[in-house]
Design a protein around this ligand. Structure first.
Ligand SMILES: [Zn+2]
Length: 88
């Protein structure tokens, strides 16, 4: 006979983003009610095959206070930064 008891189920740990720090001014991103600040820069290079791959990945997190400076630097150095209005 087997006598069963209840044991807490173990939860597998995984990483989630807890805080985002600006890579320019090193301050935490502020959450602003109803505000939108999304910035994405990610560059990956390397090799990729059906069974796997490897390489390097570069990314940067920039807060809403520093984004104008970055855009100015990019434009001043010949990069075309495209802007458009959005809504959903
Ligand atoms: Zn910043």
């Amino acid at each position: 006979m087997k006598i069963y008891k209840l044991v807490p189920k173990t939860v597998k740990q995984h990483e989630v983003v807890d805080e985002v720090i600006c890579d320019k001014c090193y301050t935490p991103f502020e959450s602003v009610s109803w505000g939108v600040h999304e910035f994405e820069f990610k560059y990956r290079n390397g090799t990729s095959y059906p069974e796997g791959g490897s390489g390097e990945e570069y990314n940067i997190d920039i807060c809403h206070k520093c984004i104008d400076g970055l855009l100015t630097v990019l434009v001043d150095n010949g990069y075309m930064v495209r802007g458009k209005e959005w809504e959903h």
